[in-house]
Design a protein around this ligand. Structure first.
Ligand SMILES: NC(=O)c1ccc[n+]([C@@H]2O[C@H](COP(=O)([O-])OP(=O)(O)OC[C@H]3O[C@@H](n4cnc5c(N)ncnc54)[C@H](O)[C@@H]3O)[C@@H](O)[C@H]2O)c1
Length: 344
């Protein structure tokens, strides 16, 4: 067997571009040989840009190839578990983009298919690979800002107008599924804790808008959720993904930022950017090594898991757990009550 892992990429949209690039930057470990996307133009443009030949409309063509050992799943969220099951049944290793789909029981079936196949199953939680993910964990675990902590993040934007499929409940699921799974994963790693229950309120903003009318199934796109961790820490998620598409949205986004508030100080910023720790001893800054490096390391860890049996960057259990938290938030909004994660 060659040392180089031959890869097919399924879905050739935005996030796939990062996968293509990351495989290229790991040329000693992997090579993309084909891609599939029902939008053949997207697949063709990727093939031309990243130097591979074969493209398909149907991802099953990728899975039929004996020379393809591994796939990256970069299709819309609803398809993640469906494609993962088919890939494991075809004997492929899987690097699956987050989130773990829209349905926890379907993702459990994907995990079972992965176990049966004995192949590597990695989830695309690339924040885990960022240098500041370790810095954040070390800061929190060393007690620099004390415990318990309130972690806060916000996702505000005009997603409804820019990429409507991301506020479709049947395609990508809206912000509580799509965006916050990163925060839940990163906070859980940093706290070394798990969310036990959630309490949330929310709604679909301006249900009557023309943009919304084009969606098959509008997702809850606006709301506030509080996550209770078994460590006593809290997480607060604020979402508004259907704001008007104004240039000044940048001002709003700049005015917000992630923060971690503790009894001995606070940390400003999320792991994707610079972290600033503020305590009575002063301010200390930690620059991050960036998103490209994170994707490069994620692909490297995936290839090492295949060839050397080392742990993949993020295991599928992280996918299931973060999806359970997201679904608990949506259930809490719908049923107007506190929801425990074990109910999902
Ligand atoms: N890790 C991250 O930070 C990150 C960032 C962005 C997106 N994502 C995730 O990646 C996924 C894709 O997001 P995106 O922004 O690239 O969306 P996108 O719409 O840009 O790309 C999705 C692509 O999948 C294609 N597709 C649709 N059905 C398909 C099928 N049956 N087989 C193969 N391809 C199919 C579409 O034609 C499209 O080109 C989502 O689940 C999203 O949550 C992860």
């Amino acid at each position: 067997m060659s040392e180089i892992v031959r890869v097919g990429v399924i879905g050739a949209g935005r996030i796939a571009q990062r996968h293509f690039r990351a495989y290229g930057e790991n040329a000693d470990k992997a090579k993309v040989v084909c891609a599939a996307d029902p939008n053949l133009r997207a697949a063709r443009e990727s093939a031309e840009k990243f130097g591979f030949k074969d493209i398909y409309e149907d991802y099953r063509e990728v899975l039929r190839r004996d020379d393809v050992e591994a796939v990256s799943i970069c299709a819309p969220t609803a398809l993640h578990p469906v494609i993962a099951i088919a890939a494991f049944e075809a004997g492929k290793h899987v690097l699956c983009e987050k989130p773990a789909g829209l349905d926890a029981s379907l993702f459990r079936k994907a995990m079972e298919a992965g176990r049966r196949s004995g192949k590597v199953f990695a989830m695309g939680f690339m924040e885990r690979q960022m240098s500041n993910a370790k810095v954040l964990r070390d800061l929190i675990q060393s007690g620099r800002i004390g415990r318990p902590i309130v972690a806060r993040t916000a996702a505000f934007g005009s997603t409804l107008h820019r990429i409507p499929s991301f506020v479709d409940a049947e395609v990508n699921g809206g912000p509580f599924i799509d965006m916050f799974c990163h925060n839940v994963d990163t906070w859980s790693c940093a706290f070394e804790a798990k969310v036990v229950s959630v309490s949330a309120n929310g709604f679909i903003m301006s249900e009557q808008s023309a943009a919304r009318a084009k969606l098959k199934s509008p997702a809850i796109d606006t709301g506030e959720a509080v996550l209770a961790f078994d460590s006593g820490d809290l997480g607060a998620l604020s979402a508004a993904w259907s704001l008007p598409d104004l240039a000044e949205l940048n001002l709003l986004k700049k005015s917000l930022g992630d923060s971690f508030l503790g009894p001995k100080g606070f940390i400003l910023g999320g792991v994707r950017g610079t972290l600033r720790v503020v305590t009575a001893q002063g301010v200390e800054e930690f620059p991050n090594d960036g998103i490209d490096a994170a994707h490069r390391k994620q692909v490297s860890a995936f290839c090492d898991a295949i060839r050397k049996g080392t742990p993949p960057g993020a295991p599928p259990e992280a996918g299931l757990y973060t999806l359970q938290v997201s679904l608990a938030v949506l259930k809490s909004i719908r049923e107007k009550r506190v929801v425990r994660i074990e109910e999902i």
